[in-house]
Design a protein around this ligand. Structure first.
Ligand code: UN1
Length: 494
């Protein structure tokens, strides 16, 4: 059985306790490998290594750090297929989407490599003669990176690459459902020339490792993607130490389909956004706000399209939808559907755990369309994180926007329409960090800010230049070359 150690201070090591856990293929139940199970002491060692490595790393010229990331991007590119296959085995998403996940990481890594030559500050005129004023960006220190399993290469890369290019060091705790992918990513960073201690990897199911990172006084920055429940805990644990915390949490994303929309295009957008990655994306479309004039027609087309989807092992090129990540997920998803039924919704297709035939060995949920859903139902308010979407009928754009905005999340939204004015009104009024026009709710690009409003997060954004803002501190520098005392605000030049 393959074994996956932790990576601390540039060495691959067993957990100090010697304990291990396993990683399992959700399509087959097969055990893929054994993984070192970390605890508090491993975190302590990782933080010390990251702290010790910080000084040399922050002083390395940023373009040189960029060269290391450039090599990492090349390695990710060369291993794209291998990584994608492993990803399908470890968390179930179909191979085509696993390739997309790795591609997002490649794109982000090249983008951040380039930022090494663009960590722009500001120079501004000073108030006094013979004086210069400027603001420069500085790294902050050790960044705690805590990531989910649904984008096992992309999400860690969105966090680690900007943290590194800005000159920070990293303690990385990946989701315990996808430790092997995390291992592969860190191997690539090592091979690309990231010096010992600059990136450290500690695994730990059960919260001990995560909590030790959150509560460690030498980790001033935390970046976390995961559920809202966990995000609140992250925030509360980090708060007494006044850490800088980035939270990327849930979504309850909607696609509005207006009466003048291209329905076939909308169907493709809904199916891709709602059922891609088996709905396990924070950007997944889990509500369809359908104009009443086209609702019945849209539902008929959606049902027909969804029934043609093939469920199966993501490695099979004929598979459209893979399993969900684990048994608990399967039960949680089904619980939402059952509750929707009790509240009066109708299952137009799907609505069941696949518990017979060869797929019964894995964690498969039949792609599900719910109709007769009302905006206040739980299934229309809470994040499901599974292959389920709910159709809600609306009578106007205003009503659709109101319902879209009537949830606690604000990550992504979309509108299908041919009306230019309506599209612009929606772009202005939809309260989400991402808005798509004639396109589904998923598929953000790495050079634009990514993140959500309201309880999807805490105001920070990742990707693009926004990430550079998160991973740096501003330092304002004044240089007086007049040779005399110039008292600010007092010796006002005439
Ligand atoms: C997530 O599900 O946590 O736009 C991120 C998208 C992807 C990112 C999803 N680029 O759907």
């Amino acid at each position: 059985m393959d074994f996956y150690p932790m990576y601390i201070g540039g060495r691959w090591v067993e957990a100090r306790s010697g304990r291990r856990f396993t990683s399992v293929n959700p399509a087959t139940g097969e055990v893929l490998g054994e993984v070192a199970l970390g605890d508090r002491e491993d975190v302590q060692a990782a933080v010390e290594a990251a702290r010790d490595a910080f000084d040399a790393w922050r002083r390395m010229p940023a373009p040189r750090r960029g060269e290391i990331l450039f090599r990492a991007a090349e390695l990710l590119g060369r291993r794209k297929e291998q990584l994608a296959r492993r990803m399908t085995q470890e968390m179930g998403k179909v191979l085509m989407e696993a390739r997309g996940d790795v591609q997002e990481a490649i794109d982000m890594t090249y983008y951040m490599a380039g930022e090494g030559r663009r960590l722009f500050g500001e120079t501004v005129p000073a108030e006094m003669p013979d004086k210069m004023a400027m603001a420069v960006r500085e790294p902050i220190g050790v960044v705690g990176v805590i990531t989910p399993w649904n984008f096992p290469i992309a999400i860690p890369s969105w966090k680690i690459m900007p943290a590194l290019i800005c000159g920070n060091t990293v303690v990385f705790k990946p989701a315990s459902d996808t430790p092997i992918l995390a291992h592969r990513l860190v191997e690539i960073l090592e091979e690309a020339g990231v010096p010992p201690g600059v990136v450290n990897l500690v695994y730990g199911p059960g919260g001990t490792v995560g909590d030790a990172i959150l509560a460690h006084p030498d980790v001033p920055v935390i970046t976390f993607t995961g559920s809202n429940e966990a995000g609140v805990h992250v925030n509360a644990t980090a708060a007494p130490l006044l850490k800088r915390v980035h939270l990327e949490l849930g979504g309850k994303n909607a696609i509005i389909v207006m009466d003048d929309a291209d329905l076939d295009l909308a169907v493709e957008g809904v199916v891709w956004s709602a059922l891609g990655t088996s709905g396990q994306r924070c950007t997944a479309a889990s509500r369809v706000l359908a104009h009443r004039a086209i609702k019945d027609q849209l539902v008929t087309k959606l049902v027909e399209r969804i029934r043609r989807l093939r469920l199966g092992d993501g490695l099979d090129p004929d598979t459209d939808v893979g399993p969900v990540v684990n048994r608990q997920a399967l039960e949680r998803i089904h619980g939402y559907v059952e509750e929707a039924r009790r509240e009066g919704a109708t299952v137009a297709t799907g609505g069941r755990i696949v518990d017979e035939g060869p797929l019964a060995r894995g964690f498969f949920y039949a792609p599900t369309l719910l109709v007769e859903v009302r905006p206040e139902m739980r299934v229309a308010q809470e994040e499901i994180f599974g292959p389920v979407t709910a159709v809600i009928e609306v009578s106007s754009l205003e009503e659709a926007i109101r319902i879209n905005n009537g949830v606690r999340y604000g990550l992504s939204s979309a509108i299908y329409t041919r009306d230019v004015n309506g599209a612009f009104r929606a772009m202005r009024d939809l309260m989400t960090g991402l808005v798509y026009v004639n396109h589904g709710t998923i598929g953000s690009e790495v050079h634009l800010p990514f993140g959500g409003m309201r309880q999807t997060g805490n105001g920070h954004r990742e990707a693009g230049r926004a990430a550079i803002d998160f991973y740096t501190e501003w330092k304002s520098i004044y240089v007086d070359f007049s040779g005399r005392l110039q008292r600010a605000q007092i010796d006002i030049p005439q």
